[in-house]
Design a protein around this ligand. Structure first.
Ligand code: SF4
Length: 264
């Protein structure tokens, strides 16, 4: 089976807007799955609602496109019913951290053996650009016309604190690192969370001074900072550059996990 066999050609092209970062994330995820050699009949994709969550519909494997925020609840059920299945959950910041927030922390706490790929575009894209739990302070959205006043969630830190075995954050610019990281997540028993900062030119970019898609990608490239450098700045008490996006592998551990594949 080749990488291309994972796509449902009859469902292409996708509904994504020109320049959306979601396609890049799907490509990286399927590349990683292809590298580890997972079989179609042993792999299930689960998603909730949102642009990110349309991903499962473009893949030629069993999939569950579930209700808003509930992808992890469905995925937990599938995994516990048959631990021999490989489960990948596609989700977004609104789906995972707002209506699905409680499922998220408890799936991390249970350390259920799933791989979550969260496309964090910092806004509700599909429903018209409302502020999400990861919209940065000061950012404009349809529900924050004067700038978001609230502190955003740090999804990766939340996953670490709640107990996930593997946690990383990359951006849609970092395709090689992202693919490698998804592979590490697939291969780590327990809950894996790969957060991907990705551009939504239609509903985030155009409201927030990114006139071109390339401007947002350039921003992610120039503002990305490896965790090691970030920690060094903190230790030295030096200022963190404004808008820094901390990237890297943040946690890889072997806490007891649920639903791990039975030994052959
Ligand atoms: Fe992508 Fe945003 Fe368009 Fe949704 S609304 S498809 S996230 S660019």
């Amino acid at each position: 089976m080749s990488y291309f066999d994972w796509f449902r050609e009859d469902r292409l092209p996708t509904i994504y807007c020109a320049g959306c970062g979601n396609g890049t994330v799907i490509n990286c995820t399927l590349s990683a799955i292809d590298e580890v050699g997972w079989k179609r009949e042993e792999t299930v994709f689960v998603s909730g609602i949102g642009c990110s969550s349309r991903a499962s519909g473009y893949i030629a494997a069993d999939s569950l496109h579930t209700t808003h925020g509930r992808a992890l609840a469905f995925a937990t059920g599938v995994k516990l019913a048959n631990p021999d299945l490989n489960i990948v959950v596609f989700t977004g910041d609104g789906d995972l951290a707002a209506i699905g927030g409680n499922h998220f922390i408890h799936a991390c706490r249970r350390n259920i053996d799933l791989t979550v790929v969260c496309m964090n575009n910092q806004i509700y894209g599909m429903t018209g650009g409302q502020g999400s739990p990861t919209t940065p302070r000061g950012a404009l959205s349809t529900t924050t016309p004067y700038g978001a006043a609230e502190q955003p969630f740090d999804l990766a830190e939340l996953a670490i604190a709640a107990g996930a075995n593997y946690v990383s954050r990359w951006t849609s610019y970092h395709v090689k690192e992202l693919t490698k990281s998804v592979r590490a997540g697939l291969e780590t028993p327990g809950f894996s969370m790969i957060e991907v900062m990705t551009q939504c030119p239609t509903n985030y970019g155009r409201r927030n001074k990114f006139k071109q898609v390339a401007d947002q990608i350039e921003y992610m490239k120039t503002h990305a900072m490896l965790r090691k450098k970030y920690d060094t700045l903190l230790e030295k008490g030096e200022p963190i550059p404004e808008g820094a996006i901390v990237i890297g592998e943040f946690a890889r551990r072997s806490r007891p996990a649920m639903g791990v594949r039975r030994a052959a």
